[in-house]
Design a protein around this ligand. Structure first.
Ligand code: AHR
Length: 634
C-alpha cells in the first residue's frame, strides 16, 4: 500500500516537473506572442545551463531588475550544457522576435558565429565569458586577475610569517581566465619566501571531484596550511576532504561569493571557508544596460568589468577594505548633505594640452559636467606634469570635493596621493589612462579605451594588407609619452600581433610625447639616421601628422611610398587620409564626458559602479575616410 502510494506520488511529481520545465524552458508560442504583444521590449536570455548556482543567481538578478520595468518581458532558455542546443535556443529566440539577446556562453568558440549572426539584427549583451572578435553590443564580466590578487592578499594575511604550503584547485587546467586568477594569486603569495604553492589540482568545477582529488593528495603534503579553490563549490569539496582527514589547521579560500545556501557568503559565515571573493554575475547590470540600449541611449560602453569584493571572517561581509569605503559618504556625511539643493563638488585634473584628442576630451568632460545642475565643477590644468597633477589632487582634497576625476600622465607614482584621497574619503575616478598601484582599491573606476586592443587593431590591419607583399617590411614606431599607459599598451598590442611573423621588423622605436612637434622631430631623426621604413606607426594622430610633414620635407610620399598608421581618428587625421597622406587611424574615443558624469552621479547616489568601463571603438582607413568624416565629432 505504502509503496504504491509512493509510486503514484513519484509519477505525479515527474508529471509536474515536466509541465514546469515545459513552461520555463520552452515557453509556449502563444505565451510568447502574448508577451510580445504586451511588452515594448521582449528580451531573450540564453543560459548555458541551469545546474550551476551562478546561472540561477544570474537569472534571479535579471528577473528582479526587469520587474522594475512594466514594459519589459523576458524569455529564458536553458541549453543544458550543450552548445548545439544553445545555438538552436538563440535561433528560436530570434524567431520569437526578441528585441535584445542576453547570452552567457556554454563554449566561446562554438557560440561566436551565432552571436555574430544575432548581432546583425538585434543588440546582444554577452555575459561572463567573451566571444572572439567584437560582433556584439556589449560585454559584461569580472576581472580574474584582480580576483586572484584579492584571494592572494587574504592568503598572505592569513599565513602571515608562517612557513606554509598551499594547494590550488582549478576548475579547468588550461583556460586563460583560470590562468589569470592563478597569476593574480601567485603575484601576492610568492612575495613571502616562506609560502610555497605545492600542488595544483583539477577539480573540474565540481565539489565532489575537488574533494576526491584533494583527499588523494593530502597525505603527501603534511605541511599544507591553505587551499585556494577557484569556486566556492570546490572549496566546499576541499573542506570535506580536509575534515575527512581530521585536519583542523588548513584554511580554505573560494571564489564566487554567492548569497545562496552553500554559497560563499554562507560558507564564510559558517566558518567553513576563511574567505571568498565575489565574482559578480552581471545579471542586474545586463538588464540596466539592455534598457538603456533599447531606449536608444547614446553612450553604451563596449565592455564593463564589475568589481570583486572580499568576503572574509575578519570583516563584516561586504564591508572589508575592498568595499569602496567612501561610497556611503556622499549622501550621509557633511553638514550640508541634508540640503537637497547641495551640489556634488566634482574635482577634475586635466593632464595637459598635448594633442587635438586631448582638446576634444577636455571639452567633452567640461560640457557634460557643466550641463548638470547638481554638479559644481572644479577644473584644474596640469600642463603635462605629474608633479603638478599631484599638487592639484592635493588641492582638491583640501577643498573637500566629493569626487576626483583625473588622467594619470604616467602609470606609476600615484600610491601616496591616492592614499591621501582615500583617507579624506574622496573616491577617485581614473579616466583615459590607468595607474599601476600596489592597491587597486585606491581608485573606484576606470573609464576609457582598451589601448592594447588599439595596438592590436593597427597590427592586424597591417597584417591583412601587407603580409603577402614579399620580403621584410621595415617599421618605424613613434611612441607616445614614456611610461604612459597608451604608449606602453599600444606598443604591447602591436608587438603581440606581429610577434613570430618574420616578414615584419621594427627597425626603430623612438620615444615622443604625443605632440605634433615630437612626431616631426623623431621622424627627422629617423630619416637622418638613414632608416628607410615601409611603414610608420605613430601612437597618435598628432605625431603622425608631424612625421608626415618631416617625410614630405625630405621628399618622400607618406601614404603612398610609406604606409602611415596612427591612433585617435580625429578630424585632422581624416583630412590627412582624404589627402592620401595617412593610411589608417585606429579610433580612440575622447568623448568620455557623459560616461564620467554618469559614474559621478551613480557614486553620489551610493551605487556601486563597474571597475572598468571601456568605450566602443573601431578603425578607419583612407579608403572610406571621405564617407566617414561626415560622422566625426572630434
Ligand atoms: O591617452 C590618450 C592619448 O593621449 C591619445 O591617444 C593622445 O592623442 C593623447 O594625447
Amino acid at each position: 500500500m505504502k509503496s504504491s502510494f509512493r509510486k503514484s506520488f513519484l509519477w505525479i511529481l515527474i508529471a509536474l516537473l515536466i509541465v514546469f520545465a515545459g513552461s520555463v524552458l520552452f515557453e509556449s508560442t502563444s505565451r510568447i506572442k502574448q508577451a510580445k504583444a504586451e511588452a515594448n521590449f521582449l528580451i531573450g536570455i540564453s543560459q548555458p545551463n541551469l545546474n550551476e548556482p551562478r546561472q540561477i543567481v544570474m537569472n534571479n538578478e535579471i528577473r528582479k531588475e526587469a520587474e522594475k520595468h512594466s514594459n519589459v518581458k523576458l524569455i529564458f532558455t536553458d541549453a543544458a550544457e550543450n552548445s548545439e542546443k544553445q545555438i538552436h535556443d538563440v535561433q528560436k529566440l530570434m524567431e520569437y522576435g526578441i528585441d535584445l539577446l542576453i547570452i552567457s556562453l556554454n563554449d566561446s568558440e562554438k557560440l561566436t558565429p551565432i552571436v555574430k549572426e544575432a548581432y546583425k539584427t538585434i543588440p546582444v549583451i554577452v555575459l561572463g565569458r567573451g566571444v572572439t572578435g567584437y560582433d556584439y553590443t556589449m560585454f559584461i564580466g569580472s576581472d580574474n586577475l584582480s580576483i586572484g590578487k584579492i584571494a592572494g592578499k587574504l592568503a598572505s594575511d592569513l599565513l602571515a610569517g608562517t612557513a606554509a604550503e598551499i594547494v590550488e584547485i582549478k576548475g579547468a587546467m588550461s583556460s586563460t581566465s583560470e590562468e589569470e586568477t592563478s597569476r593574480g594569486f601567485r603575484d601576492y603569495v610568492t612575495r613571502s619566501p616562506s609560502i610555497q604553492i605545492k600542488q595544483e589540482i583539477d577539480g573540474s568545477w565540481q565539489r565532489d571531484k575537488a574533494e576526491d582529488e584533494l583527499k588523494r593528495i593530502l597525505p603527501f603534503y603534511p605541511e599544507v596550511r591553505l587551499v585556494f579553490a577557484h569556486s566556492d563549490a570546490m572549496a566546499l569539496g576541499a573542506y570535506r576532504a580536509i575534515t575527512s582527514w581530521g585536519l583542523s589547521n588548513v584554511q580554505i579560500i573560494g571564489i564566487d561569493g554567492l548569497d545562496t545556501v552553500n554559497g560563499g557568503f554562507d560558507l564564510v559565515k559558517q566558518k567553513i571557508l576563511s574567505g571568498s571573493v565575489t565574482s559578480p554575475t552581471g545579471g542586474r547590470e545586463s538588464i540596466q544596460y539592455a534598457i538603456d540600449i533599447l531606449n536608444g541611449e547614446k553612450v553604451i560602453p563596449k565592455k564593463i568589468i564589475l568589481r570583486s569584493h572580499l568576503i572574509a571572517n575578519q570583516h563584516e561581509p561586504l564591508n572589508g577594505p575592498d568595499r569602496q569605503p567612501y561610497m556611503m559618504k556622499l549622501d550621509t556625511a557633511g553638514p550640508d548633505k541634508a540640503d537637497p539643493r547641495r551640489k556634488i563638488k566634482l574635482g577634475v585634473v586635466i593632464v595637459g594640452s598635448e594633442s587635438s584628442w586631448r582638446a576634444a576630451n577636455t571639452e567633452s568632460i567640461k560640457t557634460a559636467a557643466e550641463q548638470e545642475q547638481d554638479i559644481e565643477l572644479f577644473m584644474q590644468y596640469a600642463e603635462g606634469s605629474q608633479d603638478k597633477e599631484i599638487e592639484m589632487i592635493r588641492s582638491l582634497i583640501r577643498q573637500k570635493v566629493d569626487v576626483i576625476v583625473f588622467t594619470p600622465i604616467v602609470e606609476t607614482g600615484w600610491d601616496e596621493v591616492l592614499e591621501e584621497a582615500r583617507k579624506a574619503g574622496i573616491p577617485v575616478i581614473l579616466t583615459d589612462r590607468k595607474v599601476k598601484v600596489e592597491d587597486d582599491s585606491l581608485w573606484t573606476t576606470f573609464i576609457g579605451s582598451d589601448f592594447i586592443e588599439e595596438g592590436r587593431r593597427a597590427a592586424r590591419w597591417l597584417l591583412e594588407r601587407y603580409a603577402n607583399r614579399g620580403g621584410v617590411t621595415e617599421i618605424v614606431e613613434l611612441q607616445g609619452t614614456a611610461g604612459s599607459a597608451p604608449a606602453i599598451e599600444r606598443r604591447q598590442g602591436f608587438e603581440e600581433v606581429l610577434a613570430n611573423n618574420s616578414s615584419f621588423h621594427v627597425a626603430a622605436s623612438e620615444i615622443g610625447d604625443f605632440t605634433y612637434d615630437s612626431g616631426f622631430q623623431l621622424m627627422n631623426k629617423v630619416i637622418k639616421d638613414g632608416v628607410m621604413p615601409q611603414v610608420v606607426f605613430a601612437h597618435n594622430d598628432d605625431m603622425a601628422l608631424g612625421a608626415i610633414k618631416a617625410m614630405e620635407q625630405a621628399g618622400m610620399k607618406p601614404g603612398k611610398d610609406i604606409v602611415v598608421m596612427s591612433v585617435d581618428a580625429t578630424k585632422l587625421a581624416f583630412q590627412a587620409m582624404i589627402a592620401g597622406k595617412l593610411n589608417l587611424s585606429v579610433e580612440c574615443n575622447p568623448l568620455l564626458g557623459p560616461q564620467i558624469v554618469k559614474a559621478v552621479k551613480d557614486l553620489a547616489a551610493a551605487k556601486e559602479i563597474p571597475v572598468n568601463i571601456i568605450t566602443s571603438e573601431g578603425i578607419f582607413s583612407a579608403e572610406t575616410a571621405k564617407r566617414d568624416i561626415a560622422m566625426r565629432k572630434y
